[in-house]
Ligand binder design. Sequence first.
Ligand SMILES: [Zn+2]
Length: 160
Amino acid sequence: MAEGTRGLNCCLYCERTFRSRPYTNRRRKACDRSACQQARKRDNCRQWLSHNPGYSESRSPKLRLWAKSHPHYWRHYRKENPKYYERDLERRRKSYHASVLSAKHNLRRREDREILAKLEAISTNGFSAKQIVRNRRVAVVLDYLLKLVHSAKQKPLASS
Ligand SMILES: [Zn+2]
């Protein structure tokens, strides 16, 4: 019985076969190797969080409060766990870059909307302002021209 294929499973992570423990009903997805168990745990956490939206947000005020009453905890933790510290640093860097990129993206969209509004305000004939704004270079040149037109309207050209 021990040598048969009954109870043999394929690990979801390393794709090696492993024998599930006898008399356990639930089909195991990962073998005993610690890397696979960690991966399984990570996936389970991710799945749980996706089924419980808002959990992290509801926890963060409590965490912040706790951190305030234990001011040296994280400093010590980082010192004693340099690998964690490096990973966290990298995560923070990525998160920061993503937020900067998103801010730039939003700014660009806002600028585009402003240019579009200006164009539509002065649009005279047939062309689609939206189509023009989609081309970023054209939009920048147009913005420059609009500024020129605007300043020319404000102060009439000096007589030559
Ligand atoms: Zn495995």
